[in-house]
Design a protein around this ligand. Structure first.
Ligand code: SAM
Ligand code: SF4
Length: 322
């Protein structure tokens, strides 16, 4: 069993975009505010698990920046003993105005999701987003030190496979890390993922026609990503997350909590454990910790995403948090 030291918390199921592979235009069935973890409940959850060795917390969603009082939550988590690192996965739309306050509150860095560098395609894939907002968010994150900034690009055949080199050049220009992610057959993307899938090997081959990539795997491993420096361009790197072609379960060090307080041991398995109920019953931090310790051994050893019928998950990505 790997050491589990990383918890991803979806702080909302709401979003200010509707990426076509993630959410239907009308949105998903939203939970009422009462059904979601409150700021205080998230804080108690983190305090409960930190003594087990959970050192890294990622806030995700839905869009974490639309959660009211997100800076207050970041500050509370940052002051929990044992938490060494707080990160966020965001679409970046609101980062231009929020990056500074988030940094001051204790956020260490951000992953920004961005699938195209063309304004019209950005509007199409997100249904109404403005690319300039995300670009301003990247610049603000760099300016206020939410670094290293990672840009997550979901690769889709016929949509952005003509922009792979443009993204590598963005990594070089802005000195950020760009990570290409295989589209997964989850939520809105069951059929789409089968049609538009491009393997990370194919993406890597496109990059290697122009740039020499040098493996960084002697440095820090980055969960599911394999990372490479771009020769001649210090400070920039590219990474690949091949959830379909490469099973990375053997390296999995994480747990997930949904916005409505359900613990998932694996992104790809619908089995969930209700921690919201325990929090609402007034269980102590020690009791909540004992609950986590009892379920961690049940973490699956692998998943079978390429199996027929795999995509029939009950949850959407926006509810699990990616
Ligand atoms: N709203 C935030 C964002 O977009 O970064 C955080 C939540 S979003 C669900 C987290 C990540 O999941 C994003 O990078 C998004 O591109 C990715 N994602 C959503 N659906 C996906 C799918 N079917 N396959 C691969 N990645 C997906
Ligand atoms: Fe919203 Fe993120 Fe899903 Fe896009 S990927 S719809 S930004 S939750």
């Amino acid at each position: 069993m790997n050491t589990i030291d990383y918890l991803r918390i979806a702080v909302t199921d709401r979003c200010n975009l509707r990426c076509v592979y993630c959410m239907p235009e009308e949105g998903v069935d939203l939970k009422s505010h009462d059904e979601m973890l409150s700021i205080e409940e998230v804080e108690k959850l983190v305090k409960s698990v930190a003594p087990m060795g959970i050192k890294k917390i990622r806030l995700t969603g839905g869009e974490p920046l639309v959660r009211k009082n997100i800076e207050i939550l970041v500050k509370k988590i940052a002051s929990v003993e044992g938490v060494e690192h707080i990160t966020m996965t965001t679409n970046g739309i609101l980062l231009g105005s929020m990056a500074k306050a988030l940094k001051v509150s204790g956020l260490n860095r951000v992953n920004i999701s961005l699938d195209t560098l063309k304004a019209d395609k950005f509007k199409a894939i997100t249904r109404w987003g403005d690319l300039n907002d995300v670009l301003a968010g990247i610049d603000a994150s760099l300016k206020f030190g939410l670094t290293p900034v990672k840009i997550n690009v979901v690769a889709m055949k016929g949509f952005n496979d003509d922009e792979i080199i443009d993204f590598v050049e963005l990594a070089i220009k802005k000195r950020v890390q760009v990570r290409f992610i295989e589209l997964m057959p989850i939520g809105e993307s069951d059929e789409k993922a089968r049609i538009e899938h491009i393997s990370i090997d194919a993406i890597k081959a496109i990059i290697e026609e122009k740039y020499k990539l040098i493996s960084t795997d002697d440095i820090v491993t980055d969960g599911p990503a394999s990372n490479y420096f771009i020769e001649g361009h210090p400070g920039s790197s590219v990474g690949f997350i091949g959830s379909l072609s490469n099973h990375f379960c053997g390296r999995c060090n994480r747990l997930r909590v949904t916005a409505d307080g359900k613990v998932r041991l694996c992104l790809h398995k619908d089995v969930e454990f209700d921690v919201l109920a325990l929090l609402r019953e007034g269980k102590s931090e020690a009791e909540i910790r004992a609950f986590f310790e009892s379920i961690i051994p049940l973490k699956p050893k692998g998943h079978s995403m390429t199996e027929e019928g795999w995509g029939n998950q009950k949850r959407k990505m926006s509810q699990i948090g990616g």
